[in-house]
Design a protein. Structure first.
Length: 429
């Protein structure tokens, strides 16, 4: 960590950031910059083992999945990370032996997200990370038969950066890739069954990187001003694999300010916001102190005011020009949030009410005769489509025709256009 000087706005105390954890002193810290390093010696103090995962203390290895179908295992950091400071995560990943032509599944995902501590994403093809709130990270995908998966044409497993959010429900959503791809071609990389080192770095300013097999991926972190939770998980489905991860060292600043929120977005079918969202929030704070080189923390305290953690019920509004889609939640019950509740995000989807097209026309006069000419566009003044947008008149198509040699058809088109006044003339011989 860099040594910088910052002033805490709450206490006006000036503190030195990037404290040396080896000091045998007591150092009160009144902001978010108390650094912690996780190793095999204190791994279980900072990480929780969940799902089908187990942990081998002798080898410092988390076995996320054994070679068994339809299971999920994960490790999750038991506190949130201050994303306004840099961090470095070093470890090893073993993707198992079955990496070619979708023989094994499903892969390992690393996600930094705005959900609650301990939360994981969709299992199976979601690799335990898809659908986490405003999440960023990296996937090591060994099952490449899903519709939205990256394919290299050779059946290779691959690595990529990704982003996800709560609108991606279920394992069949397409991954939103970022940072490029590394195809694990066995002719180039000896990965199967091997513990391969990786490093995740973050600069404290919204830029995250992964180094794996000599390739570096760099991706942006969305909404990095808020604290981040960390989840590392793996899944199996009809295809299976033994998948493991080791955290050799992880140096980061635990968050000491945590904003909990519930945001309800009102969007159209394309995900565009059509009204201002409803946002409810509460702020929690704690204080960290170094005691003989070990960080300790006070309990989280509600800092945003009494009862600010009690969110009132919300009913999705009626929006002019739209109708709410059925089979979705439009009433959100009152809830009481805690410091672990994370950032809850919901989307209510509306369908646009399609209006009728409008065609403004004018009267016209035809001088009927052998050489007379007429087109429907002569009668058009303007046109508006069902969305209220102007239409180029040259693109309006008209079916049928009008006989211009006499007036027998004038009244028949009268019900489609404004009246057509017909004058019969006689050519001179």
């Amino acid at each position: 960590m860099d040594l910088r000087e910052a002033t805490d706005s709450t206490t006006s105390n000036t503190v030195l950031l990037g404290a040396d954890l080896t000091q045998g002193t007591t150092q009160p810290v009144t902001n978010d910059n108390l650094s912690v390093t996780v190793t095999k010696d204190n791994f279980l103090q900072w990480f929780k083992i969940s799902g089908a995962a187990t942990y081998d203390t002798n080898t410092n290895t988390a076995i996320l999945t054994i070679d068994k179908d339809f299971i999920e295992g994960n490790i999750t950091l038991n506190t949130k990370i201050n994303a306004n400071d840099a961090f470095v995560l070093n470890g090893k990943i073993n993707l198992g032996n079955k990496l070619q032509n979708a023989q094994g599944g499903d892969g390992i995902g690393i996600a930094f997200h705005h959900g609650s501590v301990g939360q994981i994403g969709s299992v199976g093809g979601g690799i335990s990370v898809m659908g986490l709130p405003t999440s960023t990270g990296f996937i090591f995908d060994i099952w490449t038969d899903d519709g939205g998966d990256h394919r290299d044409g050779k059946g290779d497993s691959y690595v990529s950066g990704f982003h996800s959010d709560v609108d991606q429900t279920g394992q069949d959503s397409n991954f939103r890739y970022d940072g490029g791809f590394l195809d694990l071609d066995p002719a180039k990389y000896n990965v199967a069954g091997q513990d391969i080192p990786f490093t995740v770095t973050y600069d404290g300013n919204g830029h995250m990187g992964l180094n794996y097999l000599g390739q570096t991926f760099t991706i942006p972190v969305t909404d990095f001003q808020g604290p981040l939770a960390l989840s590392i998980g793996a899944s199996t489905g009809i295809a299976t694999n033994l998948q493991t991860v080791s955290v050799d060292s992880f140096t980061f600043d635990p968050a000491q300010n945590n904003t909990i929120s519930r945001t309800i977005n009102y969007v159209d079918k394309s995900g565009n916001k059509i009204a201002s969202p409803t946002v409810q929030s509460a702020i929690y704070r704690r204080q960290g102190t170094l005691v003989n080189g070990q960080p300790t923390y006070t309990d989280w305290q509600l800092a945003s005011g009494t009862n600010s953690n009690n969110f009132a019920s919300v009913t999705a509004p009626t929006i002019a020009g739209y109708t709410m889609e059925g089979n979705q939640t439009n009433y959100f019950s009152p809830i009481t949030v805690t410091n672990d509740s994370g950032q809850l995000v919901y989307n209510v989807v509306y369908d646009k009410i399609l209006g009728q097209t409008t065609l403004n026309v004018q009267d016209s006069t035809i001088v009927a005769g052998p050489t007379a000419q007429w087109s429907a566009s002569q009668k058009f003044l303007s046109a508006v489509d069902q969305n209220g947008s102007a239409v180029d008149l040259s693109k309006v198509q008209v079916s049928g025709s009008l006989k211009t040699t006499d007036c027998s058809y004038a009244n028949k088109v009268d019900r489609f256009y404004a009246p057509i006044h017909c004058i019969i003339t006689q050519e001179r011989k």
